[in-house]
Design a protein around this ligand. Structure first.
Ligand code: NAP
Length: 266
């Protein structure tokens, strides 16, 4: 892989990750894709080669919750001397339920895929990229406040913002490194999310932004070296008002929106 630079995308086969892959392939970027499903990675990789026949697409199926599996991916990168100039952290899982309904297995799954897997990839890629790395991470507007019945998701997304803000400070003296975190509202990616947005009525409609929009704005925010970016005017306004609202009031409002929802993932 001499002389080639790659963009690493986690969660590459999902609604948002695949849009990042398509946009970057269109720009002629070489891509390293990961997610758990080998089959989905192959389908995506074939599609990208059709879009942009001259790019190189590498893929490695990896369960980010499994540290041995992550190590196998890092070993593959090392053995093939793959070099990176950008990292896009997209992988995630959005289990929604009361905390007491969680099993130990689901709890470890969600925390590992959202946080441990993300910072593990970030650490490894930084360790092999002494000449610079652009790091873009997809958090969520849910990471800006505590959300009852969605507590693990909102806490882990918040942890990502805190972690990457701190990392950005650690790397700030070297302009070859960029650290940007995106906090999107709703994105109509999977059928269950599209259904959820519909049920929210006007607020769902106002908050949602297409994967294409999120990708375009996220890549622009990364190019402009923004620290945090909330896509969409409505989401920015909501964030402003929730910041000036006392916590005991906003937690009550947000709890009423999430108390009737339940969603699983593995
Ligand atoms: N959609 C929204 O409304 C919304 C809003 C704000 C933020 N976000 C965030 O945006 C990101 C992408 O969301 P999306 O809507 O595109 O979801 P999605 O379609 O469900 O995509 C999730 C991606 O993560 C991968 N993944 C899940 N568990 C994994 C694991 N254990 N190891 C490795 N990869 C794993 C999935 O691939 P495999 O299943 O093949 O592993 C898939 O590629 C997530 O971080 C989400 O929290 C989404």
């Amino acid at each position: 892989m001499e002389n080639l630079n790659f963009t690493f995308i986690s969660g590459a086969t999902g609604g948002l990750g695949s849009q990042f892959a398509i946009s970057l392939a269109t720009q002629g970027k070489n891509l390293f894709l990961t997610a758990r499903s080998d089959e989905k990675l192959n389908i995506l990789s074939d599609k990208l080669k059709e879009i942009s026949p001259n790019i190189t697409v590498l893929k490695f199926a990896c369960d980010l919750t499994n540290s041995e599996n992550r190590q196998e991916m890092f070993d593959y990168i090392k053995e093939n001397d793959v070099k990176f100039d950008a990292l896009i952290n997209v992988a995630g899982a959005d289990i929604q339920k009361t905390f007491l309904q969680y099993t130990e297995e689901k709890l470890t799954f969600q925390t590992r895929v959202l946080f441990e897997g993300t910072i593990s990839i970030t650490r490894y890629l930084l360790s092999i990229s002494p000449n610079g790395l652009k790091i873009l991470t997809i958090s969520s507007i849910c990471g800006t406040l505590p959300i009852p019945y969605f507590a693990i998701y909102s806490a882990q997304k918040s942890a990502l913002v805190t972690f990457f803000d701190a990392l950005r400070y650690e790397l700030k003296k070297d302009k070859r490194f960029t650290v940007t975190t995106i906090l999107p509202g709703s994105i109509p990616t999977r059928p269950d999310i599209i259904e959820d947005i519909k049920k929210q009525g006007l607020t769902g409609k106002l908050s949602q932004k297409s994967p294409e929009y999120i990708v375009k704005k996220s890549l622009k925010a990364l190019d402009n070296r923004k620290k945090n970016y909330i896509p969409g005017f409505y989401n920015k306004v909501v964030n402003f008002f929730q910041k000036i609202t006392p916590k005991f009031i906003k937690i009550k409002i947000i709890a009423s929106k999430f108390s009737n929802k339940e969603k699983d993932a593995f």
